[in-house]
Design a protein around this ligand. Structure first.
Ligand code: FEO
Length: 387
């Protein structure tokens, strides 16, 4: 697979991984670690490496693309080990090559490899250009997208943007993707980059000044058509604006009564023409619940009262939302408790610490089982949420 006549793909697909970054379930479709070779008239640059389990496969891909030539540079856009783990193997195999990276990336190289290759290093920062003869890479600072050392780079001659984790997506490149790019790209974005909306906004402003025909991320497919679609989604996501109108209902239930209230609320909302997605926080993939909490403009949190507080899965969900800078949404509360319901109070106090959260006036309280009184509260809340 080539990006252009002068830029070749040499990345790998990982179908062995279960949890990407130790927490995101990718067993269904795996993951790709993308790496590219840029052939200038005089010099050859390789961009990034791959996860440690795939070093040999990557070096073989590289050998094949190089067809007997030798790379001059290894450009390191990002030092997280899914991309940097094979740096030492590359430097050993190509002893004449220079490694090109930002100052903080070289500090991380010392931490990971015990050296920053002092005799073979070229430190670059925003605005620097690496000439390859006939083509060049201009570096664009992208701190915290997703680590502080990250650089993007741009090849003006081919209109190619290397975007590090930006525009990345779960799923190996040889997997079927019936849901389309946005579904797993959104889960990836809010899980991994979502906290850094301001940084993404800053780099999008820089990208807007570039004439881009191809975006080459470190995960997921090369993007070459309809780029406005991807850029618009990134603008929406990184500005914390809801992407769609709809209600995410996330519940924690033990004996099924809170679950029943959540499902009856879902039915009441659907009856009012609302788009609804429902998650059991103990059994469903929580990263999908986080994704939909950001995707839609309204969220319902439904939890039992547990040890005078909220159920552990709801606690983790709220913590994850806060950690990812959840904001600018309308949120409703459903609580359950057999003798002293406390969950709504606890969830409210956590929501009040987040930015621009509008908490609905109506609260549903399940005292034991769902009864007529609860159903009246569910109807009132559905009415308020649908307004
Ligand atoms: Fe794909 Fe932040 O590493």
């Amino acid at each position: 697979m080539n990006v252009t006549d002068n830029i070749a793909y040499v990345g790998v697909n990982d179908h062995d991984i279960d949890l990407f970054e130790g927490q995101y379930d990718v067993r269904a479709n795996g993951m790709s670690y993308n790496s590219y070779v840029i052939f200038g008239d005089e010099k050859i640059a390789v961009t990034d490496t791959v996860d440690t389990h795939f070093t040999d496969e990557w070096l073989a891909n590289l050998d094949s693309a190089l067809a007997g030539r030798t790379p001059d540079y290894l450009v390191v856009h990002h030092m997280e080990p899914d991309h940097s783990a094979s740096i030492a193997a590359f430097m050993e195999r190509y002893p004449e090559a220079t490694v090109v990276a930002s100052a903080p990336a070289f500090k991380m190289m010392v931490a990971y490899f015990g050296t920053d290759y002092p005799e073979r290093k070229l430190m670059v920062k925003e605005g620097a250009t690496l000439e390859l003869g006939g083509r060049s890479l201009t570096f664009v600072g992208a701190p915290n997208v997703h680590w502080p050392e990250v650089l993007f780079s741009y090849v003006p001659e081919d209109k190619v943007l290397f975007s590090a984790d930006g525009f990345g997506k779960f799923g190996a490149l040889d997997s079927e993707d019936p849901e389309g790019w946005a579904c797993e790209a959104r889960r990836y974005y809010f899980g991994i980059v979502g906290k850094f909306g301001k940084n993404v906004q800053a780099v999008l402003k820089k990208a807007a000044k570039l004439d881009i025909a191809h975006i080459c991320p470190l995960h997921g497919p090369l993007l070459s058509e309809n780029l406005g679609y991807y850029l618009d989604l990134y603008n929406t996501w990184s500005s914390y604006e809801p992407e769609d109108k709809g209600v995410t209902i996330a519940y924690s239930s033990v004996y099924g009564n809170t679950r029943q209230a959540a499902l009856e609320l879902a039915d009441a909302l659907k009856a009012r023409g609302q788009e609804v997605s429902v998650f059991d926080l103990a059994r469903d993939d929580m990263s999908e619940a986080v994704e939909d909490a950001f995707r839609y403009d309204r969220l319902v949190l439904a939890s039992i009262t547990y040890a005078g507080s909220i159920f552990p899965h709801m606690s983790t969900f709220l913590h994850t939302l806060a950690e990812h800078a959840y904001q600018n949404r309308r949120v409703a509360l459903v609580e359950a408790g057999s003798w002293a319901p406390m969950a709504a109070k606890v969830m409210r106090s956590q929501l009040e610490a987040m930015k621009d959260i509008d908490i609905c006036e109506n609260v549903v309280t399940v005292k034991g089982a769902v009864n007529d009184e609860t159903r009246a509260q569910i109807e009132a809340l559905a009415e308020e949420l649908a307004r």
